[in-house]
Write a protein that binds this ligand. Sequence first.
Ligand SMILES: [Zn+2]
Length: 620
Amino acid sequence: MKRAFHLALACLLLITGTSVLGQSEDARVLIIGIDGTRPDCLEAAETPALDALIADGIYSPDALNNDITYSGPGWSAMICGVWSDAHGVTSNNFVGSNFEGFPSFMQRLELENPELNTHSFCHWAPINDYILGEVVDEAINSPTDAAVRDAAVSLLEGGDPHAVFLHFDDVDINGHGYGFSAAVPQYIGAIETTDGFVAEVMQALTNRPNYAAENWLVLVSTDHGGIGYNHGGTSIEEETMFFLASGPSVEPAVLVKDTLDILPAPENCIAPGAAELRFEGGGDAVVIEDSPALQLGADQDFTLEVRIRTQATPDVAIIGNKDWNTGLNPGFVFSFEYPSGPAWKVNIGDGDERADANGSSGVADGQWHTLSCSFDRDGMMRLYTDGVFSAEEDISEVGDIDVGSGWFFGSDILGAYSYTGALSEVRFWHGVLSEEAISAWHCSPLDAAHPNWASLQAHWALTEGAGAEVANSAGSGLVGTVQGAEWDQPEGVITFDYSNTPRIVDVAATALDHMCLTIEPDWNLDGISWVDGCNTTHVGDLDRSTIKASLFPNPGTGDFQITGLPPHASIEVFDPTGRPIHSAQPGSSTHTVPHTAGSGVYLIRIVDGAQRRTLRWIRQ
Ligand SMILES: [Zn+2]
């Protein structure tokens, strides 16, 4: 208890009027809690008082309350420095609370040194009534935010406070009333009004006659964010909060989440990150000018393939060379079953005869699917969906299918029956490809190893990404012209790393560290300190982690195990989008993380007292 003795000695010196106090000796803390404040909205609002504190502080707009995003559990976590599995509060009724086992930071201060003057002024009464405890010297429930301000200003002007907690509620009230959004004037206005209260409180603080000798740390934070008109869920809008620790003893810094990677969206059969050509209907098309190379006559066997990505199956022309007003018209077309799917289909006609066959349904799920059809002109046309045989139909009665208007991707030759979605990888072969070849190559990049390579007539990958021409990589002319369709870079999945930003539980730990209380391991605090207080380990030391945990199997496909965990470690797991999906205090050296879904890099943050370690797990 060396530090506690140090603190007691400091106060003794103060009481006896002895001066020459070192920086840590007259530590004081002001915590300003602003209920339900989204950091992005704080950014959008005009907040000169908070901006000034940020300029002199450690600030994070990417801090997290990734536990329960209601006020009861949120303020309990902030004020006690532990998550809900310890403080026991899971809703605003406080049933199950365990503040005896995990007392508030103010209670710890008072237990350690009853001479400290502690004050709490709260608009939301349960903070005083349940969380802070009776040991606080002055706990007042104020009916309005202005009354909180008045009480704080009065105290700072005339009193000798060592620890002050303020709670402002109007931001949250306006969020519930009008919406938690930067686009909501009432919500932004409430943030700006609260900033005005903060300005008055800070003026009273810095005007204190002995302010320069008092080592104030000002912590400002919130209990949760919000989405729509509410909070309480696990969206990142509700879990993201801000953390600010400001004062003369703080080295200013901004702590933001890291952007790890922009992973390609999971696209069946398409190269990661490839550009795609989007057709939005209304005549959007790729036109291949008519050419002798496109002629099929009455006898030429051929095979056509195309990949589609769409979410609807209306009666459109996906690829074809005909007027699709009737299936009797000469030519071929890939379409959807009349009138609205769900199966895809192929039609072929010569003006007198027609043949039609349906492929599989399930191709309009927004993922890429390969449609293939071989045409044996005196036999069958055979349809394959994603390389799997779907259906066949006799086309031996169908004669000449040449029209002379070229080929169109995305509409028929009159610019009608327009398709909505993306197209890629159009392949035109002479001859009938075997089921084996279609199956083996439907999802692979095309190259000379393909058994029918010599009879490839045209290959439009449709991955140029820019410009009004699409190349035919088979090299026989047949360059396509883009009409209306637009290039698009599919959105990737951005992976964020929150492992180096604060948590709501860090507020209490930071306050205690600044106030020079030794944070004992058996307190089992989940939070860490972000200031260089009296405790020997602080955030600057965290990289030298002694946590030796590891993951198995890694890479893996389902559950995975964390081994080598310290006995009191807490863990958080983030999925590849940065979403927290799992947290636990296993209490044993091994823990299984269940139910991962989605490939990519998972982050595992392990905290053991002041030690942290981040591990990465690859889901294949
Ligand atoms: Zn609320």
